[in-house]
Design a protein around this ligand. Structure first.
Ligand SMILES: *Cc1c(COP(=O)(O)O)cnc(C)c1O
Length: 314
């Protein structure tokens, strides 16, 4: 595949340089780099981009901290898509990513295949000592960080299995199976398909619903009513309000995320999901927007409540 398909998760080096020039490298404590970035449809960064970022950050003395939640899936994409990596194992590529970065936070609930847990790692002794000290206050001794021994053992095994090519091929293959099926049926989805989810473009799915009537939230609710499938709004509700004007932000992307847990569903489940989305799409003209009846102060997308907009009689 071409390097074009690796572009969407990349760091925009020009934009980064402009920001660093503007605020000064000394005022940038670190760069947070997310693999298969959620808000970009689960798209990977390329090794070429990371190498360039690493060179830039070394020169400017800025550490790179990985949000490693989906970094194994990112390594798989590098193996599949980037020139010169097809003969390397996911394990080797992962190691190369780690060598080019300075530390990470890892939520083990995703790539590492376990129910709970995570870790912080870094290559700076002084930073490590500080973190080691703080973790005792907030979580427990640094050797377990608030986790049960059983959970740490599960995580260790999860990582061993997650770095196998067989697992990644099945996992990402399942997500792509669903995506291709929806695409063939004319459902507007974000392409290229990422690793962990399919993103439906709610603006194109429900073009008659104004963004202030939350089309992605309305579509998520409709899918739940149709078949009990729980999806996630990533649009106007998630974007929140502009603190100055108090108005909804109306972001360019208005998406519904169908996130697929690892090792939970079969291909038959994917068929049910696809059929349900297709059925809702067929009657999309009958779907109206929502009004928000409860809006929490922070991160409203987690707890907000909605009601269907009732149509006033003519
Ligand atoms: C899920 C997720 C987190 C948060 O992890 P928790 O273990 O739920 O706290 C952080 N970053 C990314 C990219 C995630 O997907």
């Amino acid at each position: 595949m071409s390097s074009l398909t690796m572009r969407k998760g990349n760091v925009d080096m020009n934009k980064l340089d402009r920001l660093v020039q503007e605020v000064g490298a000394k005022r940038v404590p670190y760069i947070s780099l997310e693999g298969n970035v959620n808000m970009a449809g689960g798209q990977p960064f390329s090794m070429a981009n990371l190498t360039e970022l690493h060179r830039y950050c070394r020169k400017n003395d800025i550490p790179i901290m990985l949000d490693a939640t989906r970094i194994i899936e990112n390594a798989w994409f590098i193996r599949e898509r980037e020139d010169g990596y097809a003969h390397k194992s996911v394990r080797e590529i992962l190691r190369e990513i780690c060598d080019l970065t300075d530390g990470c936070t890892m939520s083990a609930k995703k790539d590492a295949l376990v129910n709970i847990g995570g870790f912080f790692a870094c290559n700076d002794e002084e930073l490590f000592r500080k973190a080691q000290n703080l973790v005792v206050v907030y979580e427990g001794l640094h050797t377990y960080g608030g986790l049960a021994g059983r959970d740490m053992e599960a995580m260790a095994q999860g990582i061993r299995e997650a770095v196998t090519e067989e697992h990644q091929a099945a996992r990402i293959g399942q997500v792509h199976y669903l995506g291709e099926k929806l695409d063939r049926a004319g459902i507007p989805i974000v392409r290229p398909i990422g690793s962990h989810a399919i993103f439906i473009d709610a603006k194109r799915f429900l073009p008659h619903v104004d963004q202030d009537e939350y089309p992605a939230q309305a579509l998520a609710a409709e899918l739940y009513l149709e078949s009990g499938i729980r999806t996630m709004e990533r649009g106007n509700v998630s974007a929140g309000r502009d603190p100055k004007t108090g108005k909804n932000r109306r972001p360019p992307l208005e998406l519904v995320r169908l996130t697929i847990p690892r090792r939970v569903y079969t291909q038959a489940h994917m068929d049910v999901v696809a059929e349900s989305v297709i059925d809702v799409h067929k009657r999309r003209d009958e779907i109206y927007g929502l009004t928000m009846v409860y809006e929490p102060e922070y991160l409203r997308f987690f707890q907000a409540r909605f009601e269907p907009i009732s149509l006033s009689p003519l």
